[in-house]
Ligand binder design. Structure first.
Ligand code: GLN
Length: 456
């Protein structure tokens, strides 16, 4: 803990930590030492982690990287962090992210961009660590923690993991409690670990998940010992390769990464099968209707009264001006765009045409997966991202859709509620990390982790 705290002090340029908690960390580390000496030490005891700013941590600023939550210190602890702390985990601080987890580059944060520790060859240009869990990814990749929490609504664990050469798993929807995690799109949000390798992911995931009476969507299922399932034996497993993920104009190095992954799994004894997920092409538009719809509803609570920031009001301003001014000042552009899109698709005249239609298509996307699993496929292998990390500032706000396209391989998994993992398996021509994604059957994270283990 001490050596990581000093490493963090020397790494401000990455802007990974937005709030450091050295006193808490040292207290927790001492308590962990005592447990270890007493012989009562779970696997996570004394392990220093960073926590994404989306998790409410008691008495510690929890702002979801938004100005509107300025000064907000929750009086409660999220279930996931409670579980981690009960297991003896040490919190080094809160990690940077896109505002309210909306973004794929960590550029929408009120704290400024997080920076990817990797560079393109000899080029000094700063790259994005991805998003929204950009700070988590940068911190794990730069050895500023041993593991971090992330959340994933449309790819926010898997895409930053791929951009920084680390491992990240989004478990099945309902595996982790969402209680105390600032809500973005409640039917899609899941927490998960971001770690250096698959074994760490198995250990940290086990400590994070489990049923919780405070989240009615958390599943009443036993939590397996995921680490014990890492045998590396995948003989006879059927791995599906979906043709719809072979995009026109996909960079050759992504094609090669995918082909290499297929060869590796085959060499390990898996059966490779070509499959079709016919509704894949509708996934991005469906996601970018459903996620903003849910966000516009979830974010209605930031009204200048209940939490954080309130705008200075002029003489004669009423409650409407208070809402308007507070939300105009408190929310960044991307969040405002999502609230507007979400409000539009939920409005009386457009509800059926957009929101209801998107819900129906979501069901079809889910059914595509159910069909291939029912036909005997155990896991699906795809690229995690359509490219390596891009430069900070390279994608402009003038064309938000360009940024949304980054999520093309990841959003299907959230829409279908499935577990997905990103594993670093290669580098591009300039030495930047690239990741592959494995998608598993619901509740079979252990099996999925084991297949990922065979890939690393
Ligand atoms: N990039 C996606 C979005 O902006 C996903 C974000 C996430 O998973 N939190 O909505």
């Amino acid at each position: 803990t001490e050596s990581l705290l000093s490493a963090i002090e020397g790494a401000d340029a990455l802007n990974a930590y937005v709030h450091k908690t050295p006193e808490i960390a040292l207290d927790q580390a001492k308590a962990a030492d005592a447990r270890i000496q007493a012989g009562d030490a779970p696997d996570m005891c004394g392990i220093p982690m960073g926590i994404k700013d989306l998790f409410c941590t008691k008495g510690v600023p929890s702002q979801a990287a938004s100005r509107i939550l300025e000064g907000f210190k929750p009086e409660y602890e999220s279930t996931v962090t409670t579980k981690l702390f009960d297991a003896g985990t040490v919190m080094l601080g809160k990690l940077n992210m896109d505002e309210f987890a909306m973004g794929s580059s960590n550029e929408t944060s009120c704290y400024g961009d997080a920076v990817n520790p990797w560079r393109r060859g000899n080029d000094d240009a700063l790259l994005t660590p991805g998003g929204s869990s950009g700070g988590s990814a940068a911190a794990v990749a730069a050895d500023l923690c041993l593991a971090a929490t992330g959340t994933d609504t449309g790819g926010s664990i898997r895409q930053p993991a791929a951009f920084t050469g680390i491992t990240g798993i989004k478990p099945t929807y309902g595996r982790c409690s969402r209680w105390g995690i600032v809500a973005f799109a409640s039917s899609l949000d899941q927490a998960g670990p971001m770690t250096k390798d698959v074994r760490d992911a198995a250990i940290v995931l086990e400590a994070m998940c489990g049923q919780d009476a405070k989240d009615s969507t958390s599943a009443d299922l036993p939590v397996p010992n995921f680490e014990a399932m890492l045998t590396g034996d995948i003989r006879g497993k059927v791995i599906g390769i979906p043709k719809e993920y072979r995009l026109d104009g996909m960079p050759a190095e992504i094609e090669k990464l995918w082909a290499d992954g297929i060869a590796m799994l085959k060499a390990a004894g898996a059966e490779i099968r070509d499959i079709s997920l016919p509704h894949t092409k509708y996934a991005l538009p469906t996601y970018y209707v459903i996620a903003p719809a849910e966000a516009s509803s979830n974010l209605a609570r930031y009204d200048g009264v209940r939490y954080g920031h309130r705008a200075k009001l002029a003489q004669g301003d009423g409650i409407t001006e208070m809402y308007e001014k507070t939300r105009a000042e408190g929310f960044g552009h991307e969040v405002q765009r999502r609230v507007m899109v979400g409000t539009y698709v939920l409005s009386a005249g457009f509800y059926d045409a957009y929101y209801n239609r998107a819900r129906k298509v979501r069901t079809l996307i889910k059914k595509d997966f159910e069909d291939v699993f029912a036909a005997g496929v155990d896991a699906i292998l795809t690229p995690a991202t359509p490219s390596a990390a891009f430069g900070l500032g390279e994608m402009t706000e003038a064309d938000p859709v360009q940024m949304y396209l980054n999520d093309v391989f990841t959003v299907t998994v959230n829409l279908a509620g499935l577990p997905g993992i990103s594993v670093p398996t290669g580098v591009d021509a300039q030495g930047l990390p690239l990741g592959l994604q494995l998608i598993g059957r619901p509740w079979e994270e252990g099996d999925l982790l084991n297949t990922a283990y065979a890939l690393e």
